[in-house]
Design a binder for this molecule. Structure first.
Ligand SMILES: [Zn+2]
Length: 316
């Protein structure tokens, strides 16, 4: 104790030594603070990414549709509360661009727009629509080209124009290093033939609202595409219960196609983004795995598509 008091006295008597002692303490405190801050930051980055993986990416929703005019922000709040981190918006034609871009601005980084001409909107004047698509692609960083493809369910009047529009937009996707969001209804093999005609492995994307056979699923996967799974997975005769148990989770992404195709128990009513959690649960049930695993992997799959932009660029 005496020695300790003597050393304190010595420090007190020698002001220079006293100063350096205090400085040493302060600098040590700074180092400790920095290391705590660094590890907090590291934790935040790791934990932040970790949390993102437990959130869903809704890969296909027409949230600009007039069906949501009365309660759009409440509908989106319900989606965020359900764990949706991002909503990708497919375009239809020139009439849907303004509403979509307004949401892209209002919810920047969360509601991400695509650009493209939907096959059921392809008419005799489709080339005029495609000029507009290209014009937008030159001035805005869209997440994808979509939705594009072929629809032979409703009307076959413009089949040749649908093919031409799809091929032209595939070329735009390659040129702009973007993936494509495909709408194919009663036209899966027709779309496959066109993709093979383009013959560029850089062309990838999603077969949105996939409802085909196991053979068709395998073909889409072989072409490097993911399968967009939506509310049809919950339908009694939707057919996806026969194929989803056999398709690896790494090929699936989640979607709703809101306001269309609401899952059971909302079938026939307006669909909304928050219902994507019903789709995730249905996929989990069919594949007999925890829903957290479905969410983590499908979110990762969707993020790969975003990263794919760079891969596509490297392949050029
Ligand atoms: Zn759609």
């Amino acid at each position: 104790m005496v020695a300790f008091i003597r050393s304190l006295a010595a420090i007190n008597n020698d002001s220079s030594q006293n100063k350096s002692f205090i400085e040493l303490q302060i600098s040590s405190l700074h180092t400790q603070r920095e290391s705590i801050l660094n590890s907090t930051l590291k934790c935040r980055i790791i934990f932040g990414n970790f949390c993102e993986l437990f959130k869903m990416i809704e890969t296909h929703a027409h949230i600009y549709d007039e069906a949501f005019d009365a309660d759009r922000s409440a509908m989106l709040d319900r989606a965020f509360a359900a764990g949706v981190a991002q909503i990708w918006m497919p375009n239809c034609d020139h009439t849907t661009i303004d509403g979509m871009m307004q949401l892209a601005t209002q919810y920047a980084g969360v509601c991400l727009p695509m650009m493209g001409l939907h096959p059921t909107y392809v008419k005799a004047d489709f080339e005029r629509e495609l000029y507009l698509v290209e014009d937008w692609l030159n001035k805005y960083p869209f997440v994808a080209i979509g939705e594009i493809g072929m629809d032979l369910y409703w009307d076959k009047t413009f089949v040749a124009q649908q093919e031409a529009a799809f091929l032209a937009q595939c070329e735009l996707a390659i040129k702009h290093h973007l993936w494509i969001d495909i709408h194919s209804r009663n036209a899966f093999w027709e779309v496959v033939a066109l993709i093979e005609k383009v013959g560029n492995p850089a062309l990838t994307g999603i077969f949105h609202c996939f409802t085909g056979t196991l053979e068709e699923a395998q073909k889409a996967i072989d072409l490097g595409f993911k399968l967009g799974i939506g509310g049809v997975a919950t339908f009694k005769n939707g057919g996806l219960d026969k194929i989803l148990p056999y398709v690896d989770l790494q090929h699936l992404v989640l979607e709703t196609d809101s306001p269309y195709l609401a899952p059971v128990p909302h079938r026939g009513k307006r669909n909304e983004v928050s219902f994507v959690e019903i789709v995730a649960q249905r996929v989990a049930d069919l594949k007999q795995m925890p829903v957290a695993q479905v969410i983590t992997q499908t979110t990762g799959n969707a993020q790969i598509l975003l990263a794919n932009k760079n891969v596509v660029a490297q392949l050029q």
